[in-house]
Design a protein around this ligand. Structure first.
Ligand code: BES
Ligand code: MN
Ligand code: ZN
Length: 497
């Protein structure tokens, strides 16, 4: 496992060893606190000679002169200091880490000319360092530095700021969030032979050590609750389903919780409506929604968020076998509504139908947000840089949009409406589990909407963003952990205290 870099805070002083990291604006300016390492105008000359424009996330480096004590000087661009939001600082931290690597000592002069940096800026920068340091390498038995071995000693990074104790305090939250993102990424990267529904539920149980109340519902209990939709998906697998309920009670006593529901299909073969072979391996990540919910509850608990939050994840495997559900089967959901299963590969909505109904019925939450790698169609619509957002509540949709803009886990609102809803009416049951060929992400969302009652609800289709998403400054992982930072920000900005 990659060792977490150790990150500390101190007052400004001339760095004595390792790598000196200097922030540079788009005008090629840097803080006067750096002057100690700018001997013989080293930095000024480096900027000039390399034609460094200080673009956000750009880097350039040089060796330090002999006798300076340090080895290298790395410049990291921040762009326009007046325009830096949360995600920008995370990117800058990620870019800095890419130049530090996994060994050695680095000190960052965390200051800019004419711009007062806040403890939150330092925390976001630190979050970028941590997120970029993530690697999934537990299955590499022959390790060397190229394929992910940890050089001895790990990496020690000191952020020099004008208020180290405030920065250290703000950074504690960032560590909690990075921990949550790591939980989500690890779960998604884990192959399905290792991580079945039972094993996933055991991972959820580990949140107990953070003070989370965790309850695992077994197959017997799911049957008793009448979750025919979820159970129909699970019946083709030899591995039994589970639902995990994770409760973080950091808010006022008796205050209704906010609820997060995740699709946890540990592997999606498509069932009898089997998928083509090419690319099917990616379906080990079809529990990205459940992973994000687990990571989110971890983050909220680890930073002791002042909110009551519940996470509910539906864990199943979608397999074809002698007992698998057939196209044409009709199942009865916990809500009592019947569903004609025309395509066994539209299984996520069946799992969520019962998980959403259960969440609403049991907790009467203030709102529900579900996350699911639900449709290929959302990638056709939005590519991989926005998750699809569907909601019955404008205020919640706007809060999610704002949280997306701040964190870079962006969402784009898609329509719902009676015309789309009609497309999933069935001749023989209350509804069918597929619409027509067009608007596939929308008809999937309409399906979910039939299981949320009047509770404010938002659905995030993360098929394009949770797995195989493009790399960036702070994620080099196939599993991005999408949703953890977004929903942590949603809670922090709107539902705490
Ligand atoms: N898990 C898939 C959606 C998916 C596809 C996620 C690619 C990530 C990457 C989902 O269960 C599925 O198979 N959806 C079908 C729905 C169709 C049968 C109506 C799809 O999108 O093709
Ligand atoms: Mn499917
Ligand atoms: Zn699926």
């Amino acid at each position: 496992m990659s060792k977490r870099p150790s990150i500390g805070f101190s007052e400004f002083s001339a760095p004595e060893k390792g790598i000196a990291i200097v922030l540079v604006t788009k005008d090629g300016k840097f803080a006067r606190e750096v002057e100690a390492i700018d001997g013989a105008s080293l930095i000024t000359r480096l900027i000039e000679i390399s034609d460094f424009k200080g673009k956000l996330g750009a880097t350039v480096e040089t060796i330090a002169p002999e006798g300076a004590g340090i080895d290298r000087v790395v410049l990291v661009g921040v762009g326009d200091p007046a325009k830096l939001g949360h995600e920008d600082w995370i990117k800058i931290g990620g870019a800095a880490f890419s130049k530090i690597g996994h060994a050695g000592t680095a000190s960052v002069t965390f200051a800019l000319p004419e711009t007062q940096l806040s403890p939150e800026n330092a925390a976001d920068f630190g979050l970028g360092l941590l997120l970029r340091s993530y690697r999934f390498e537990k299955y590499k038995t022959k390790k060397n530095e190229d394929n992910g071995a940890e050089p001895k000693g790990g990496v020690k990074i000191t952020l020099q700021t004008d208020n180290p104790s405030a920065a250290r305090k703000a950074f504690a939250d960032a560590e909690a969030i990075a921990g949550g993102v790591k939980v989500a990424r690890d779960l998604v990267n884990e192959p399905a032979n290792v991580l079945g529904p039972v094993e996933f539920a055991e991972e959820a149980l580990k949140l107990e050590k953070l003070g989370v109340k965790v309850e695992i519902l077994t197959e017997k209990e799911l049957k008793k609750l009448g979750m025919g939709a979820l159970l129909g998906v699970a019946q083709g697998s030899v591995r039994p389903p589970r639902i995990a309920v994770m409760e973080w009670n950091g808010g006022k006593n008796k205050e209704k919780p906010v609820a997060f529901i995740g699709k946890g299909v540990v592997f999606d073969t498509g069932g009898i409506s089997i998928k083509q072979a090419s690319g099917m391996e990616d379906m080990k990540g079809d529990m990205g929604g459940a992973a994000a919910v687990t990571g989110l509850i971890h983050a909220l608990a680890a930073r002791k968020a002042k909110v009551n939050a519940v996470g509910i994840i539906g864990l199943v495997e979608n397999m074809p076998d002698g007992n698998a559900q057939r196209p044409g089967d009709i199942v009865t959901s916990m809500s009592g509504q019947t569903i004609e299963v025309l395509n066994t590969d539209a299984e996520g909505r069946l799992v969520l139908a019962d998980a959403l109904w259960y969440a609403n019925d049991r907790f009467k939450p203030r709102f529900m947000v579900d996350l699911a790698t639900l449709t290929g169609a959302i990638m056709v619509a939005l590519g991989q840089h926005h998750a699809g957002l569907f909601s019955n509540d404008d205020a919640l949709a706007e809060q999610l949009f704002a949280a997306g803009q701040a964190t870079g886990e962006k969402v784009w609102r898609m329509p719902l409406g009676a015309e789309y809803d009609k497309l999933i009416d069935s001749k023989t049951a209350d509804m069918k589990n597929i619409g027509g060929r067009n608007g596939g992400a929308i008809t999937a969302a309409q399906f979910l909407k039939r299981f949320v009652g009047d509770t404010p609800w938002a659905h995030l289709d993360v098929a394009g963003t949770a797995i195989g998403a493009p790399n960036n400054e702070y994620s080099q992982s196939w599993a991005s952990g999408f949703g953890v930072r977004l929903l942590d920000r949603l809670v922090k900005d709107n539902f705490e205290g």
